[in-house]
Every structure is written in structure tokens, then in C-alpha cells.
Design a protein around this ligand. Structure first.
Ligand code: GLN
Length: 465
């Protein structure tokens, strides 16, 4: 698909449509939508910004590429003066005191925020059913889940309600819903985009990235939101991604993990489609190397031990005294207990309890310290492999999106379904979901800061498949 941003830019600059008309049409689609994607519409600020863009057009001023382009924001980001609920009862009435860096950069470029998008509460989930705003329904089939946790964002892009959306990805939350709804989703290298102003889930793997319907739109948004930020010490300076020159296929070597593909949980059709791609790459004279990841299951246990520990710590700040809904009990301690028991969802409480167990005295050496040691091994494993190959391809999800209604009853099965996305999060590696090859897409990974290579490879794939 060609760039939607460019198409809309041309419509605006040629006067085919006014920005106000565009924004009104999108807001109305969002309002009527039956997929449960919109937690809050940002009508007032969107129309105010659209009027300014129209004024510029009227005065014959030049428009930047993102100026007047409507976008969505996962409801875990702060946008000053607007609600930020994390799809929880806790923060349902909370208003943001400042704006997240990534969103501010888009506002500075003139893009128009339309909606705070439904997601799994605090990013906890793989289906977008863990939300107090009702489960997000898949863009292709409303009986199926939208994927999580950035499900509302992916469905909005797939349905064309937003031109692009900004999601958060701790262990797959951009990539998996992008795959479930057949759009592109990029988790950048950890630190490429500032996390300032996104509610922390697991700070050591939280990433901010775009969901869009084309590779070019991913590139444009990524270049806008990247960069060093005084407020986030993990951020680094990055070169803008430039896609003008095509990839030199003769220099490529592509790897894939045999254990990912021989995994008995992997859907047979996805496996066959993935292996057919391997054959096509070989037919295009590209070197393809099978790689080993013995004990791929360790990815799930390591990831969940660490993220539960981190989320238990991060969410300790929500006790009713500083933010969100407070419920008074008989004593201060009682107030904390009632506030937290009533306001968090079951899935979030499961993770807080699990995380506190992981960190508790007597268990932390066995679980937390061991998980951090395993993570170091996982990181060096990927680093070694990415010296052998320039790109790693993998499935996004072992199975097709499940029907709405079942997944939260079997959390372990839900956690296991994250097997293909979470490793690259632990490795801090940039990874794109492209909506190609299998029903739930294909993941493309490269070494740190190599987003340009990934996006060029995705373009190349579109030519050969
Ligand atoms: N499904 C994963 C989890 O629940 C990833 C979620 C995310 O990236 N926010 O942890």
C-alpha cells in the first residue's frame, strides 16, 4: 500500500478536502465504530488544530508532510489536559498534566490527535480484553480479538479511522495487534524514542512506536518521534531512516530460528507459509541460515518474571493518594487496599501479586536475579546471531487471533502466545511486523539502530512475494 500520509497531504494542499472536513469525518467514524477502539475523542483540540491548518492553506503557506494528518494515541500516553486512563477504572477520570515527548514531536510537526485508544489495561495483555472499555474487536472479523495490548490503535489504522497511531510495545504490543489486523507496526530499538510521558509498564523493555498502513508512513512517523530526550536517559541520537536507495540483496543474509518453526504450538499453515518464504528467499539468491535457540520457552518465563517485577514496582505509585480514583477505608492502610483491590483489573492484580512474589525476600535470588542473568544470556545470544546474519525473520504469533471471550480465563496460554515477540524486547532490538506471508504477518529484526535495513528489507519482500 502507498503512503496514506502523502495521499492526504496532496488532498489537503490541492484543496480537494479541508482539514476540518477531514477531521470531522474521522471523528464521526471513530464515534460510530463498533470495534470499541475509542476510549476518548479529542474533538475540541482536534478541530482547533484543523482550523489552524486550514488557515495556513488559505494563506498559501507551505504545509509540512505531517501537518493536518489525523492520528491516534494509545490511552497510556499523556496529552496535556486530555484523559489518560490506561483503560483502567483507576485512571478513568485522570487528566494528563503534560504531554509525552513522542506525542509532542508529532504535535510540533502539525499532526492532529483524534483519539485516546483502547488498549489492555496498563499494557497487560495480548488480546485487548483486559480493559474497562469493552474488548477491542478485530478489524477483519468482529468475533475475534483485536490483539493486545495496542489493539485499539491497530484496528483504527486498519479501518482507516486514523492515518497512523502511536502504540507502546513492552513485549509485542505494537507488533502482535499489527499482525492480527494486517497493518505495519514497528517496535524501535530500545531508547530510540523517548518513553517520557508513557505510563511505565516494564521500564527496561517499554518502547514507543508507530502503527501504519505502509512502510513509508512508518518511516515518516519514526523519523519524527525519534531522538535524544533530556527526560529519558536511555534515549540516543539516531540518523533519520532514508528509503530512497533500495537494499542490495546480494549483501543480505537472513536467519530464522528452527526452534520457533518446529515449535508444536505453531499453527501448521503459518509454518508452511513461513517455510515457503524461506524457499522464495533462497530462489532470489539470498543466503538463508537456520539458527538455534535451544529452549525457546525460557523466553516466556524470563520475560514474565521481569515484567511482572517491574510492573509491580511501577504501579506501586497508584494507591489513591496521588493519582486517580481513591476509595476511603477505615484506616490509611485499608484505604490503600480497597483502592487498589477495586480499581485494578483481575489481570493487572495477577501481575502485581506475581511481581511482588518475584521480588520478595527469600525468592528474589531464585527468580528475579536468575531472570536478569538469563536476560543477559538472551541478549548476547541475539548479538552473536546478528553477527552471522543481517536480518532475522520470525512469525508474529503461533496462532490466528482467538475468539473474544476466552483468553483471560487461561492466562498461562495467553502468556505463551507471546513467545515470538518477547525475545526481541528483552534483546532491545528493533523489530517490524509486516502484514505479509502468514495470516498474522511476519517479524523482521536486525541489530540495534538498524531500522533502515528492516524497512528496506520489508520493501524488498513486497517485491519478491
Ligand atoms: N502481551 C505482552 C504482555 O502482556 C506484551 C504487552 C505489551 O507489550 N505491552 O506483557
Amino acid at each position: 500500500m502507498a503512503s496514506e500520509i502523502l495521499r492526504i497531504h496532496e488532498e489537503l494542499t490541492s484543496g480537494k478536502i479541508s482539514c476540518t472536513e477531514l477531521v470531522k469525518a474521522k471523528l464521526s467514524e471513530l464515534e460510530k465504530n463498533t470495534h470499541n477502539t475509542a476510549n476518548f475523542l479529542l474533538t475540541e483540540i482536534a478541530l482547533e488544530k484543523a482550523a489552524k491548518v486550514d488557515e495556513k492553506i488559505k494563506n498559501g503557506e507551505e504545509l509540512g508532510l505531517l501537518e493536518g494528518i489525523p492520528f491516534g494515541v494509545k490511552d497510556v500516553f499523556l496529552v496535556q489536559g486530555c484523559p489518560a486512563s490506561a483503560s483502567s477504572d483507576f485512571l478513568k477520570n485522570y487528566k494528563s498534566p503534560y504531554t509525552a515527548t513522542a506525542i509532542q514531536k508529532l504535535l510540533d510537526a502539525g499532526a492532529i490527535p483524534l483519539v485516546k485508544e483502547n488498549c489492555d489495561s496498563f499494557g497487560h495483555g495480548s488480546t485487548n480484553e483486559n480493559t474497562v472499555f469493552g474488548p477491542v474487536k478485530n478489524a477483519v472479523n468482529e468475533e475475534l480479538v483485536g490483539g493486545g495490548s495496542s489493539g485499539g490503535s491497530a484496528v483504527n489504522v486498519a479501518k482507516g479511522y486514523t492515518t497512523f497511531s502511536i502504540g507502546g510495545d513492552t513485549g509485542g504490543s505494537i507488533r502482535q495487534p499489527a499482525g492480527f489486523n494486517k497493518v505495519y507496526g514497528l517496535k524501535p530499538t530500545y531508547g530510540r524514542v523517548s518513553r517520557y510521558g508513557i505510563m511505565a509498564y516494564a521500564s527496561s523493555t517499554d518502547c514507543v512506536g508507530p502503527i501504519a498502513s505502509s512502510i513509508e508512513d512508518i518511516q515518516l512517523v519514526l523519523n519524527t518521534i525519534s531522538g535524544k530526550d533530556y527526560h529519558d536517559q536511555t534515549t540516543f541520537v539516531s540518523e533519520p531512516v532514508d528509503l530512497t536507495e533500495a537494499i542490495d540483496a546480494s549483501t543480505l543474509s537472513v536467519g530464522y530460528y528452527t526452534e520457533f518453526i518446529e515449535n508444536e504450538g505453531l499453527d501448521a499453515e503459518t509454518k508452511a507459509e513461513f517455510l515457503a518464504l524461506v524457499d522464495k528467499l533462497k530462489a532470489a539468491n539470498i543466503e538463508v541460515k537456520p539458527l538455534n535457540f535451544k529452549n525457546a520457552d525460557v523466553l516466556v518465563s524470563t520475560y514474565y518474571a521481569l515484567v511482572m517485577a517491574e510492573t509491580a514496582s511501577n504501579l506501586a505509585r497508584l494507591d489513591g493518594s496521588m493519582y486517580g480514583g481513591r476509595i476511603d477505608g477505615d484506616s490509611l492502610k485499608d484505604s490503600y487496599a480497597v483502592t487498589r483491590s477495586e480499581n485494578f483489573t483481575e489481570e493487572t492484580k495477577r501481575r502485581i501479586v506475581g511481581g511482588n512474589q518475584v521480588l520478595s525476600q527469600g525468592h528474589s535470588d531464585e527468580i528475579y536475579t536468575k531472570a536478569t542473568a538469563l536476560r543477559s544470556q538472551i541478549i548476547s545470544h541475539f548479538e552473536q546471531d546478528l553477527k552471522e546474519v543481517s536480518i532475522i525473520i520470525s512469525p508474529v504469533s503461533p496462532t490466528a487471533p482467538p475468539k473474544i471471550g476466552g483468553s483471560l480465563k487461561d492466562p498461562l496460554a495467553m502468556y505463551l502466545s507471546d513467545i515470538y515477540t518477547i525475545g526481541f524486547s528483552l534483546g532491545e532490538l528493533p523489530t517490524l511486523t509486516a502484514p505479509v506471508v502468514t495470516e498474522t504477518g511476519l517479524q523482521i529484526t536486525a541489530t540495534k539502530a538498524q531500522e533502515e535495513l528492516i524497512l528496506k528489507f520489508a520493501k524488498f519482500l513486497n517485491e519478491i512475494i
